[in-house]
Design a protein around this ligand. Structure first.
Ligand code: GAP
Length: 467
């Protein structure tokens, strides 16, 4: 067999595979879809679960200094007043007066005028766009509204009436649950500064920018840690987290050559941050933010202390010292990480089969930690003596890993299907199995096949999956 790598992966290839194989479907599909919303199918939901589990294992279970919480999506409106999101969490928008198409003004400046837009005021963006006399990308007219601010938080109402005073917001970041529970956690656990609180959960942003598939979504899942420290330790802790994040990306198989870090300029820092470094990934549409690391100072705890009137200082018994901790925050979205993992894993290869017949093999080289199924069990035919033996193996393996069972179509087609969904190993049961109590184990990446005794199968798979 020969193998040749084909040209680079495009978004179209990923979107097509995601729909074809049941990873990701457009949201509300049978009604024509709802912009920037997506549903995760049988395989996508498995990968998301694997991403969450890997992150939780790496940052919570494998460390002694981080505990988790699971907070609500609806929080008291005063939380968003204190956090600054009611006053600061805005995008600059502009509308075409002719066709009413709506754009983010900073994106128009960056993408259409090829000029930097970070840190500019509404008036400055307005002036740049007016001076350039930009045509609307949708209709070509040149009549625009002024640039104005648009809050990204989704609003709803508590109770049946939409009255003033009943407004609540779906959280735009999971971080705030952590700050408002910080005192509960310090009082109910044995954590001592430095320590972290981790959370995985949904967040909602009323984004109007085109999404690039699941890169930018309205309903996202964040994995965030607020790591509480003494102020003087912030620089060393920041370095620690830059390394820890890079280690995690390696651990789940992300390609290091498609990752880089980018320091935020002073004028692009969020309202709460004194230093932010993004991990950027080289997407088919350019280098873009994958995740962020921010030094939030004591901004949030101080704000919540002032707005709630509750003392949020930390008492260090050993030094008889009381202070408001500072915070380093690593934050990433599950969907965005999933997209990078799919892009890294996707390969189309020109191969020839055992009969020298050429075909294009699509293979997802996902890390076993992330792959939806770890192994597929495939009886060579539907004869009961083979399927019965195969099901015994399936039952045994299912006690410890996600297993796919498939008895339809030719074995070649079944291998291709498993390659496409990223299953690291296929186990084939044939007529020799009934005589020698052994099976064929096929490796997804090398396509090499070994004969393994059934008695050793569990150990062999466990060892190969952990490599
Ligand atoms: N608590 C800090 C915070 O929310 P952020 O940079 O706005 O910071 C953190 O978001 C991460 O969440 C991003 O790096 C990205 O991975 C993900 N994210 C943010 N907005 C997103 C969106 N609309 N769609 C998908 N992922 C998003």
């Amino acid at each position: 067999m020969s193998v040749d790598q084909r040209p680079p992966v495009t978004m179209e290839m990923i979107v097509a595979l995601a729909k074809r194989r049941g990873f990701i479907f457009p949201g509300s599909d049978i009604y024509g879809g709802l912009a920037n919303t997506w549903d995760f199918g049988p395989l996508g939901s498995e990968i998301k679960r694997n991403i969450r589990n890997a992150w939780w294992q790496f940052f919570v279970h494998q460390r002694a200094d981080i505990v988790g919480i699971d907070g609500g999506i609806l929080l008291h409106s005063k939380v968003w007043e204190a956090s600054g999101h009611l006053n600061e969490f805005f995008d600059p928008l502009i509308d075409c007066r002719n066709c009413r198409a709506r754009y983010r003004a900073d994106n128009l400046v960056e993408d259409r005028l090829d000029r930097p837009a970070e840190g500019f005021s509404l008036e400055e963006l307005d002036a740049i766009l007016k001076e350039a006399n930009l045509a609307c990308p949708a209709c070509g007219h040149r009549e625009w509204t002024n640039v104005r601010q648009f809050n990204l938080m989704f609003q709803t109402h508590l109770g049946p009436l939409e009255e003033s005073g009943t407004e609540v917001y779906l959280r735009p970041e999971t971080a705030q649950n952590i700050f408002v529970n910080y005192k509960n956690v310090t009082q109910t656990t044995r954590v001592k500064v430095p320590f972290g609180i981790a959370q995985i959960g949904k967040a909602f942003r009323n984004e109007i920018t085109p999404g690039n598939f699941i890169f930018r979504v309205l309903e996202l899942e964040q994995m965030e840690i607020e790591y509480f420290i003494r102020e003087q330790d912030w620089e060393t802790t920041f370095e620690h987290w830059l390394n820890a994040k890079a280690d995690f990306y390696r651990w789940i198989g992300l390609r290091p050559d498609r990752l880089r870090t980018r320091e935020h300029e002073q004028d692009e820092l969020s309202h709460y941050s004194k230093r932010t470094v993004d991990f950027e990934y080289e997407f088919p549409f350019g280098w873009k933010e994958l995740s962020g690391l921010a030094y939030r100072t004591d901004f949030d705890l101080r704000q919540h202390q002032e707005h709630s009137g509750v003392d949020l200082t930390y008492y260090d018994q050993s030094n008889d010292e009381r202070f408001l901790p500072h915070v380093i925050e690593p934050a990433i979205g599950v969907e965005r990480l999933l997209l990078t993992l799919l892009l890294d894993a996707y390969h189309e290869e020109d191969v020839t089969d055992v009969n020298d017949k050429p075909y294009v093999r699509t293979v997802l080289r996902l890390h076993p930690r992330i792959a939806p199924f770890k192994v597929a069990v495939l009886p060579l035919s539907r004869k009961p003596e083979l399927t019965g033996r195969a099901m015994e193996i399936v039952r045994e393996l299912r006690t410890e890993m996600a297993v796919e069972y498939d008895e339809t179509q030719s074995i070649g087609r079944r291998y291709r299907r498993q390659d496409e969904i990223g299953t690291p190993f296929c186990v084939t049961i044939d007529f020799d199995t009934l005589e020698d109590n052994a099976v064929t184990v096929r490796d997804r990446d090398t396509m090499v096949q070994d004969r393994i005794a059934i008695a050793e199968l569990g150990d062999v798979l466990r060892e190969r999956l952990a490599r």
